[in-house]
Design a binder for this molecule. Structure first.
Ligand code: SF4
Ligand code: SF4
Length: 445
């Protein structure tokens, strides 16, 4: 009974903590501008099924893709078993689903094969990161916590799978010894080997029960801790990948949306019968009025989808490894843009939590992302194409550049002269409209 009460307390605490963190993340995402992204629903469901559920973009790189699918399938499927653990924990039963008979055997057997697959995949992932040191895993932006975070989660998954298999091995031996409470149920293709190796005699059943219980508690507490760890780590993508892909941009990737206000102003200038656009309604966010800006100075000026993108980033670096600017030695890394956006959003969120409302801290997204990084982008969209969860770093880059140009008058010298020419000559070149046909005259003579 004490164990059941303890279990209920741990479970409720984990759920409450998770809900609190989930609400904080939802609040942070809603600090962004509104943006309609719920049209063409059929297409969106199909996209989510293909890209998030079917992992279609992961398998473009077959080794990492297949290993990731094993870990992903393991995470989703093995956790069906968590349902049984929850019921057993709350009601003091043992293997409550064993009444399913042959199907139960099939389930436990499949979980064991998956657990082994996850175990092997995580070891290979660790080797790729720490021994082989693949280029995209040793880049500067991963120094410190991001690298520790990635390793920590892999070690945790290995520990959880080990606990699951050792728990089953102890359970199987206890079943074979006919110990009370340990009813004969399940098939154990992997843990039966561990049981053979350990070869515990019947007189050590007390020790075996202790091992089984320790692994059982470790497994369930590990999963509940993992759930709460997700919300403070890049592993949030496990939950956010699905909505993030559903809300993907459906227009052609290279289509850069106009700024409605600017388009309206230009139309009005060219046709005086069109009235100039009205100023946007004042937006109040986290207790303060946020001015309407051209482009993005801080996270408030990005859309909620940009901010959800930032929380969905897995830090896999596929975008950066395809980015021509990065490959040719420029400072730009689209992964870093996403990480910086998330870190700044977290920083803003913490201030709001501490002070009850937003108070300007004198920093912005531009404190983290330099102009040099922003101007290195060619807007080729190789990064959005490569991203397995359809994140769009280019939209953030373009909006930050818009802010630099339109609010700060900061751009590259070559661009500044181009802007001047467009303004004065209606074309990017340094010749007036009256000189436009000179080249043809030259050809004639
Ligand atoms: S769009 Fe920009 S950030 Fe993305 S791959 Fe191309 S150059 Fe790199
Ligand atoms: S933006 Fe996408 S491709 Fe780039 S690191 Fe994040 S998840 Fe990976």
């Amino acid at each position: 009974m004490i164990a059941q009460v303890l279990f209920a307390v741990v479970l409720v605490a984990a759920i409450v903590l998770f809900m609190r963190n989930a609400r904080r993340i939802a609040r942070n995402i809603h600090l962004g501008r509104s943006e309609a992204r719920n049209d063409r629903k059929g297409e969106r469901w199909a996209l989510m099924t293909r890209v998030a559920l079917g992992q279609s973009k992961m398998v473009v790189r077959p080794v990492a893709g297949v290993l990731h699918i094993i870990v992903y399938a393991g995470f989703v499927i093995i956790n069906i078993e968590v349902l049984e653990i929850l019921i057993d924990g709350l009601f003091g039963t043992h293997r409550i689903f064993s009444f399913l008979g042959g199907f139960y055997d099939f389930l436990i057997g499949s979980f064991e094969w998956l657990a082994l697959g996850v175990w092997v995949a995580c070891v290979i992932f660790l080797v790729r990161r720490n021994v082989i040191k693949l280029k995209r895993f040793v880049m500067k932006e991963l120094d410190g916590w991001p690298r520790t975070d990635a390793n920590l989660i892999l070690f945790t998954e290995i520990a959880l799978m080990t606990a699951f298999l050792v728990m089953n091995a102890a359970d199987l031996t206890l079943q074979q010894h006919g110990v009370d409470h340990y009813i004969e149920a399940g098939a154990y293709p992997i843990s039966s080997r561990i049981a053979e190796l350990l070869n515990f005699p019947a007189q050590l059943s007390g020790t075996l029960i202790l091992i089984e219980r320790i692994c059982w508690w470790f497994h369930i507490i590990g999963i509940l801790a993992f759930l709460n760890y997700l919300v403070v780590s890049k592993h949030l993508h496990i939950l956010l990948a699905f909505p993030n892909v559903w809300y993907s941009k459906l227009q052609p990737k290279t289509e850069i949306p106009n700024m409605p206000r600017v388009t309206g102003e230009v139309r009005s200038m060219m046709d005086p019968s069109i009235p100039p656009p009205e100023a946007a309604a004042q937006r109040t966010v986290a207790g303060v009025d946020v001015p309407e800006r051209f482009g993005a100075k801080d996270v408030f000026d990005l859309s909620w989808k940009n901010l959800m993108d930032a929380y969905s980033c897995t830090e896999c670096g596929r975008c950066t490894s395809e980015c021509p600017a990065n490959i040719t030695g420029k400072l730009l890394s689209p992964r870093k843009i996403m990480m910086d956006t998330r870190d700044r959003l977290e920083e803003v969120g913490k201030t709001i939590d501490a002070k009850g409302k937003w108070e300007d801290d004198g920093k912005s997204l531009h404190t983290r992302v330099t102009d040099e990084e922003l101007w290195a982008c060619t807007t080729c969209n190789a990064c959005t194409q490569a991203c397995p969860v359809n994140i769009d770093p280019v939209d953030i880059i373009v909006n930050m550049r818009r802010y630099l140009v339109m609010e700060e008058s900061r751009s590259r010298p070559a661009l500044t002269s181009m802007f001047t020419n467009v303004e004065n000559n209606g074309a990017p070149w340094a010749f007036g409209p009256d000189k436009r046909m000179d080249w043809a005259e030259e050809l004639k003579s």
